[in-house]
Design a protein around this ligand. Structure first.
Ligand code: HEC
Length: 159
């Protein structure tokens, strides 16, 4: 490539690179948005489907149906895994609390002494993988549940 041609290419790269940087800043500006999940993003949802199959389906069901009789405590006194489809109550909670519950375990929400079979995924899954799994789950809900959960998320206090 001649020197004359390199300059415009370089300039172009700088402008495009700068554009991306600007975009990154825009994204990080949204870090305090209560909305974490991306049910409309096909790539994220596809990744989440894989994470779900590998790390969640054994308890929450291949088809998000949960464990049988999930409302009844087990002989251990612990709750079975609830469904993540619209028959469950996952969609009653804001993005951030679902994320925290998955990352740090139900104890994060219910207090340190709470006994549960739900593991904490901190150190097992990255934040992006947790977000992907929850984005996949959210993508399966009908418009009604999704809208309701969007409202709960939008009204939630970020903590
Ligand atoms: C070993 C079994 C097990 C695995 C694996 C598991 N869970 Fe759970 N999960 C549970 C149980 C049991 C509960 C009920 C918690 C309680 O109240 O004790 C639960 C509850 C939850 C809840 C709260 C739902 C609500 O309506 O309040 C979320 C969210 C959740 N799990 C997400 C996940 C995700 C995402 C994964 C995979 C990354 C996962 N779980 C993997 C057993 C499991």
């Amino acid at each position: 490539m001649s020197k004359k041609k390199i300059m415009p290419v370089l300039l172009g790269a700088i402008i495009i690179g700068g554009g991306f940087l600007g975009y990154e800043f825009l994204l990080s500006d949204r870090a305090d948005s209560p909305f974490m999940f991306q049910p409309e993003n096909t790539a994220v949802v596809m990744q989440g489907k894989i994470v779900y199959a590998e790390h969640c389906a054994s308890c929450h069901g291949e088809n998000l149906e949960g464990e049988a009789n999930w409302r009844q405590r087990k002989p251990s006194g612990r709750l079975p895994a609830p469904p993540h489809d619209e028959t469950g109550h996952t969609w009653h909670h804001a993005d951030k609390s679902l994320f925290n519950l998955t990352k740090y375990g139900p104890q994060y929400v219910a207090g340190p002494g709470y006994q549960s079979d739900m593991p904490a995924f901190d150190g097992v899954l990255s934040d992006d993988e947790i977000i992907a799994a929850m984005s996949f789950i959210k993508s399966t809900w009908s418009a009604r549940e999704r809208q309701a959960q969007d409202e709960i998320t939008g009204n939630s206090v970020i903590n």
